[in-house]
Design a binder for this molecule. Structure first.
Ligand SMILES: Nc1ncnc2c1ncn2[C@@H]1O[C@H](COP(=O)(O)OP(=O)(O)OP(=O)(O)O)[C@@H](O)[C@H]1O
Length: 239
């Protein structure tokens, strides 16, 4: 069964068509990347999958359920992280994770929060207020929060954008391992081509709201006669 099946999605904001006729399927354990230039429609696509905005046309099925009709049940198995989502800054790291663990009705909240603190090496920061953290440290808290409910689908909007190369590398390794070991599927946007090559089984390239190419990094490089994904990106983005 597909984890996510989106068909013929359309989203307009006034006169701007942000996403047009987008279809996308994600299988269990699959890591799918959404690439494209600024304004291509990537975040709009993610926000539709998360039920944050409603498509003007098309349908989204999560775990076989229509999102529009089974919103609560479907979204309880999904989570999301993005650097532009602010968590409450006055709370301390552990308090934020405790609050979300309870919100998600995690079965053993204290144990799960301890696991996430260990996994994301947040121990030394656990008593610090969020507003006192660096953006890279906050990103790690965001990812810890996003994994609290062991989501079957993890949606990540530029997950490592604020991380230094060492932290980014470790987080990429960790996320890939979680996808492999837990069978969690992921939908990721990124402007880091090496990250996408390393993490994603399949890639959808968007331009002006439309998917213009799809395939694995190697397939896309072959199709465009390119050395790597960076060169594919430049060829696609420049038409
Ligand atoms: N709430 C909104 N109201 C009006 N226009 C919007 C809104 N959200 C997005 N848009 C427009 O829709 C288009 C797609 O935006 P979107 O944020 O999905 O792009 P993106 O591919 O995620 O870009 P980036 O790489 O810069 O994050 C853009 O032209 C943007 O200006």
């Amino acid at each position: 069964m597909a984890i996510l099946q989106a068909t013929h999605l359309l989203k307009r904001f006034g006169s701007v068509t942000a996403v047009r006729d987008l279809s996308l399927t994600i299988a269990e354990g699959e890591v799918v990347g959404l690439l494209g230039p600024n304004g291509a429609g990537k975040s709009t696509t993610l926000h539709m999958m998360l039920g944050l905005i409603t498509p003007d046309a098309g349908s989204i099925k999560l775990f076989g359920m229509e999102l529009a009709q089974h919103r609560t049940e479907a979204l309880s198995q999904v989570n999301f992280a993005a650097s532009y989502v602010d968590l409450p800054g006055v709370l301390r790291v552990r308090e934020v994770l405790d609050a979300f663990a309870r919100l998600y009705a995690v079965r053993h909240p204290r144990r799960r929060v301890d696991e996430m603190i260990e996994l994301f090496e947040l121990g030394p920061l656990a008593k610090r207020q969020l507003m006192a953290l660096s953006s890279g440290q906050r990103t790690r808290v965001q990812l810890a929060k996003a994994l609290l409910n062991a989501p079957r689908l993890l949606v990540l909007d530029e997950p490592t954008a604020n991380l230094d190369p060492d932290a980014g590398d470790r987080i990429r390794g960790l996320l890939s391992r979680l996808a492999r070991e837990n069978g969690s599927a992921m939908l990721i946007t990124s402007h880091n081509m090496r990250e996408v090559e390393r993490m994603c089984d399949r890639i959808h390239f968007m331009s002006d709201g439309v998917v213009v190419a799809a395939g694995s990094a190697a397939e896309l490089a072959g199709r465009y006669g390119a050395e790597d994904l960076e060169e594919v990106f430049l060829k696609v983005a420049r038409g």
